[in-house]
Design a protein around this ligand. Structure first.
Ligand SMILES: [Zn+2]
Length: 82
């Protein structure tokens, strides 16, 4: 007997399984020559890629250069790089 129930997609790095599948994850366009846009939150000290689970509706989008200038450090979850 074959069990098809084992074919559930699972994210091993996420300690809390997300209730909703992230199928339509937005990703930055590869054709943009500008510095990558990152997002910072009012209460946080990290900057994030677009689509990171820590990015909220109130997050502010700035350049990665500006984020580092303001003392933000890269998020360890979404791992943004210059
Ligand atoms: Zn992040």
């Amino acid at each position: 007997m074959i069990l098809f129930f084992d074919l559930v997609i699972f994210v091993p790095t996420d300690p809390v399984p997300s209730p909703s599948p992230t199928i339509s994850t937005p990703r930055p366009s590869p054709t943009i020559h500008q510095l990558p846009m990152v997002y910072v939150t009012e209460s946080g000290e990290k900057y994030h890629r677009p689509g990171c689970r820590y990015v909220t509706d109130s997050a502010e989008g700035i350049s990665i250069e500006e984020a580092e200038y303001q003392g933000y450090t890269p998020c360890t979850v979404c791992d943004p790089h210059p």
